[in-house]
Design a protein around this ligand. Sequence first.
Ligand code: PMP
Length: 460
Amino acid sequence: MSSRLNSLHETDIAYQIHPYTNARVHEQQGPTIITKGEGAYVYDSEGKKYLEGLAGLWSVAVGFSQPRLVEAATKQMAELPYIQNFAHKAHVPGILLAEKLVEMAPDHLTKVFFTNSGSEANDTVVKFVWFVNNMLGRPEKKKFLARNKAYHGITVASGSLTGLPGNQKGFDLPAIPVVHLTCPHHYRWAEEGETEADFTARLLKEAEETILSEGPETIAAFIGEPVMGAGGVMTPPEGYWPGIEALCRKYDILLVSDEVINGFGRTGKPFGCQRYGFKPDIMVTSKQLTSSYMPLAAILVTDEFYQTMADYTAELGTLGHGFTAGGHPVACAVGLENLKIIEELDLMGNAARLEEKFQTGLRQFSDHPIVGEVRGVGLIAGVELVRNKATKESFQPGGKITAMAVKFAAEEGLIVRNIYESIGICPPMIITEEQVDELLVKLGAALDKTMEWAKSEGLM
Ligand code: PMP
């Protein structure tokens, strides 16, 4: 087994191009094959142990190899491995999980629709919003507002909402009507000398001007991640979300909170919209919903939205949308148990309690010669690397320095993710104070090694 895996390391057979990795560095390295996980740690095929500082892919809230999730899956497999959700069929884990989600979510979100992935969920949101506006007799109200640097998925509609050229170039995206607004990240997008308050005001002015120039009667919805995740972990400026919410109400635009990463305590509050004080009409969740043990996403909507869909469905005779495995009983059983564990172990409370230590600890790296900005809330953070702290000039070629930082972190026994010029950090929510210390020490060592490497390459 081990020699077969070693040979995989040496070839590119298992190498996969991923949208936000630096292909060149990883190509030389070959993939790391992870064979085992335990709590906040994983092990590779050589037996090396890593603190998993990205929780898989922003998702393994309860840690790896949680026996209760294995048991929930096994029990459901034995009892009822599958039944469809179409044609007036339902199953107990689906019903119980939907009830649990409604109980946990903001009060006004009362109905749930399941898909297999965040991308499918956002494609579904687009279709449902179109469906509702057709029902309401406003077929021209179909455009979406999104933001540059957003990540909403990779399928045709969700990939159109995503605001990362790397995910669109060559794929004929965007393929649905969408307008991307400025990324709400002060460090990179503010003008010279612009305060955070002025930056917020400018972004809100841009949003309103866009709505007016496109015509409010053509804008169906605004979609955003409360904290932007896969585009580089970017926290919004003060006042941004309440301002966006007010514009949505003023112009009758639906507000969609994409909480695929933010949801279930990641930001220090149960949901990101609660952290930033707004009430979305639609909320999308996934990842920490099952700790990614099983593929599942859930869309939550209001009674009013649901009722319009139900009325139109009755009129048309069918709701022509759904997935064979959407809301799969095994995934729902795992999700339900996962949410119970999150509650019983008070993992959302743990994220809130450890926020201070984690975020303050990371901000100590702000003084590091190659660190431009450290940002984040709760248990999610981004560390942006720069060649020149004063001018914020990035290293060239783009993306290579952070790919090296991730490689050095792995040498230290820490998994984190390179996203363009930033390092994404998002540990399992079971992380302890001691493990936060371990993460900080390992990341510090990786940053030092990265700087030495940059010097040796003549990059600084
Ligand atoms: N929305 C957000 C905010 C995400 O972070 C992601 C995935 N990183 C998605 C949607 C897409 O989810 P999936 O990869 O499950 O399709």
